[in-house]
Design a protein around this ligand. Structure first.
Ligand code: 5AD
Ligand code: SF4
Length: 327
């Protein structure tokens, strides 16, 4: 659906979003049906070279215990997820350079021996690395732009470059990956207008997947005293994304579930069609604290299945690619 920036701003600021949620739900149903795609999330290292102000894994946070799974442990966790029936594995980590081109390619080709789609979410790398990962079998790549307000982006991490991140996203797309990106809602000084720009950006770079979640302040970061995002504005943002890109994959994000005990179900009823259950071991998962209480939102798979059933949604048996004939 075509929306102008003014119309998007209007939808985002509407005090009565119920109609918007219904519309996004209808568009989701028309384009994608009632199937929900599950992705197995494996958080394999919480070591990060970056220092994003909002994130609990930032390198200056000395309060957390750092961990790094071995290659064998990562492959084993992925195998476990495949045995449970997952058709997509998402390998996520901080920007941990131990996992160089060679190590990553070994992991990728080992996992791709299984009948499964593979998503990487390991941050900014070189074109050469992105190409090598793709050649080794990676199908999708996930990296949020976080915000399209460059000033805000650079305030949130003075050592990072928005232009470089943008360049990386374009390279990933060009290499033929399915591209996932997204933003946080409720960043300090982020305006509704800026969120509208973010949505138009995600539309323009033609993301195949868009992850939208509230910013949740982490006590061991410089932004600990900020108020953070609300579920409501995050849902509205996600619903408008669904209207703009009618058939892409949109996850009901974990951060939404952290803000509200029924956050993910509400998201699935407002445009989302994907859930990313966390398959990381409980010990490591607790240490992958991007934001507080992330761990508390983890639910047994049976509970997820029951909840989906209760809103008449089914679990997809397919890979859940955006480009349907690709895999
Ligand atoms: N609150 C919400 N989301 C966060 N992320 C990182 N820190 C936070 C936080 N405090 C998100 C970023 C990143 C993704 C892996 O997690 O959007 O891209
Ligand atoms: Fe590292 Fe990602 Fe956290 Fe930034 S958001 S500190 S890149 S893990």
């Amino acid at each position: 659906m075509n929306l102008t920036k003014a119309e998007i701003i209007d939808l985002l600021s509407n005090k009565e979003p119920h109609k918007l949620y219904l519309k996004a739900d209808e568009v989701r149903k028309q384009n994608l049906g009632d199937e929900v795609h599950l992705r197995a999330l494996v958080e394999f290292s919480n070591i990060c070279r970056n220092n994003c102000m909002y994130c609990g894994l930032r390198k200056d946070n000395k309060h957390i215990t750092r961990y790094r799974l071995t290659k064998e442990e990562i492959i084993e966790t992925a195998k476990n997820a495949v045995d449970l029936g997952f058709k997509t594995i998402v390998l996520q980590s901080g920007e941990d350079m131990y996992f160089d081109e060679k190590v990553m390619c070994e992991i990728i080709s080992a996992i791709k021996k299984y009948d499964v789609a593979l998503t990487l979410s390991i941050g900014e790398r070189t074109y050469k690395e992105y190409k090598a990962f793709k050649d080794a079998g990676a199908d999708r790549y996930l990296m949020r732009i976080e915000t399209t307000n460059k000033d805000l982006y650079h305030k949130l991490d003075p050592n990072m470059s928005w232009d470089n991140r943008h360049k990386c996203l374009l390279q990933i797309k060009e290499l033929g990956y399915e591209l996932g990106s997204g933003i946080m809602v409720g960043l300090p000084n982020q305006t509704i207008e800026s969120i509208a720009d973010d949505l138009l950006y995600l539309r323009d770079i033609e993301v195949d997947m868009a992850g939208i979640g509230p910013f949740i302040p982490h006590p061991q970061t410089p932004l600990s005293n900020q108020s953070g995002g609300t579920l409501d504005l995050s849902l509205r943002t996600m619903a408008v994304m669904r209207l703009l890109l009618e058939d892409i994959n949109i996850p009901a994000t974990t951060a939404m579930e952290v803000l509200h005990p029924n956050g993910q179900i509400l998201a699935l009823q407002s445009g989302a069609n994907v859930i990313m259950p966390n398959l990381t071991s409980a010990t490591c998962r607790r240490l992958y604290e991007l934001y507080p209480n992330k761990e508390k939102s983890v639910q047994p798979l049976e509970v997820v299945a029951q909840k989906l059933h209760s809103i008449n949604r089914t679990i997809s048996k397919g890979y859940g690619s955006h480009k349907k004939n690709k895999l």
